[in-house]
Design a protein around this ligand. Structure first.
Ligand code: SAM
Ligand code: DTB
Ligand code: SF4
Length: 339
């Protein structure tokens, strides 16, 4: 494996030119980058659990957990620590190295936040990487998560800045960037990606990926979700996207962010296996593993184990705690280092 060069100054023209490559040329280039940075036979497995479901004050058009839509979900309280740890242990036993917990919040509240910190500590004690997604954070919350040992914070940009306004009105794209900056500056790994199938144009996909790739450091984890068209949401009847366009987006993500884990995320239960195989060839090297995502179904554990075996892929065995992405400017560039 050679060390691929990471860039942080991609122009929209350059990214659009990648999307415009012939499909075979794009896949060839993405796969070449992929094998220069990773073991192409390894797939990282993350398991998901919803620790606080439904009743969210935000109005994200795609989300069944928003209180603004009638998706038929019961609003639930924060789940108990014991249940979380039992699920995390079960996820570890079936081979997951990362446990991700999601809460349907605009931002964490003072009553529940200390309990989430307990969950983070508990998952870390099991020897797993821990990721949470809790909405917007302030500096004190970020520091508390860091002190609890949090490995990753998931906070998606979802789409381009321009298209974002058509999808969410209760927060701005800039709000998302602000939380991401706090998380990154605290030294917590960033998990940040998007959703395809929100009625966006190819240019919106290019802009989303450019936004991610031009951050001061590449998000260590980049989830690419295919919209789960949940009943009762405004996007319930959104048009299906061409699976090859999904593969293209994964390929461009791999080229722009050579050292990041690119996760083939929500939507796999409706994606045929050949498409998933193309995504793995194009550079996806992580999946959500477990029968359920947050509130909707995932591909099942049995299906996934069979798929991995048929593709000669194996689960990544150890948690990749160390950063994989490098920084545009070395983190301590300002400090004099004398020989
Ligand atoms: N409330 C927090 C937030 O939005 O930041 C965390 C939980 S939220 C469910 C986490 C992410 O799930 C969203 O940012 C979005 O990218 C993804 N998501 C939600 N509903 C989805 C759907 N129907 N299909 C695909 N991805 C979805
Ligand atoms: C991400 O990018 N996808 C996950 C996770 N981060 C938190 C969520 C997918 C949710 C799919 C719809 C649901 O199950 O509610
Ligand atoms: Fe709430 Fe997150 Fe769903 Fe938006 S995506 S409605 S913030 S749970």
């Amino acid at each position: 494996m050679t060390t691929p060069h990471c860039r942080y100054d991609w122009s929209l023209n350059e990214v659009q030119a990648l999307f415009a490559l012939s499909f075979m040329e794009l896949l060839y280039r993405a796969h070449t980058v992929h094998r220069s940075a990773f073991n192409i036979h390894e797939i990282q497995l993350s398991s998901l659990m919803s620790v606080k479901t439904g009743g969210c004050p935000e109005d994200c058009a795609y989300c069944p957990q928003s209180a603004h839509h009638e998706a038929g979900l019961e609003k639930e309280q924060l789940v108990e620590l014991g249940r979380v740890l039992k699920e995390a242990q079960a996820a570890k036993d079936r081979g997951a190295t990362r446990f991700c917990m999601g809460a349907a919040w605009k931002s964490p509240n003072a009553r529940d936040f200390p309990l989430v910190l307990e969950m983070v500590r508990g998952v870390k004690e099991l020897g797993m990487e821990c990721c949470v997604t809790l909405g917007s954070l302030n500096e004190a919350q970020v520091q508390a998560l860091k002190d609890a040992g949090l490995s990753y914070y998931n906070h998606n940009l979802d789409t381009s800045r321009e298209h974002y306004e058509k999808i969410v009105s209760t927060r701005s794209f800039q709000d998302r960037l602000d939380t991401l900056a706090l998380v990154r500056d605290a030294g917590i790994h960033v998990c940040c990606g998007g959703i395809l199938g929100l009625g966006e144009a190819e240019q919106d996909r290019a802009k989303l990926l450019m936004e991610l790739a031009n951050m001061p450091s590449h998000p260590e984890s980049v989830p690419i979700n295919l919209l789960v068209r949940a009943k009762g949401t405004p996007l319930e009847h959104a048009a299906e996207i061409d699976p090859f366009d999904f593969v293209r987006t994964v390929a461009v993500a791999r080229i722009l962010m050579p050292k990041s884990y690119v996760r083939l995320s929500a939507g796999r239960d409706k994606m045929d296996e050949a498409t998933q195989a193309l995504c793995f060839f194009a550079g996806a090297n992580s999946i959500f593993f477990g029968d359920k995502l947050l509130t909707t179904n995932n591909a099942t554990v049995d299906q996934d184990l069979q798929l991995l075996a048929r593709l000669d892929l194996k689960p990544k065995e150890t948690a990749s705690e160390h950063a994989v992405a490098e920084h545009a400017v070395p983190k301590h560039a300002g400090l004099a280092v004398s020989a």
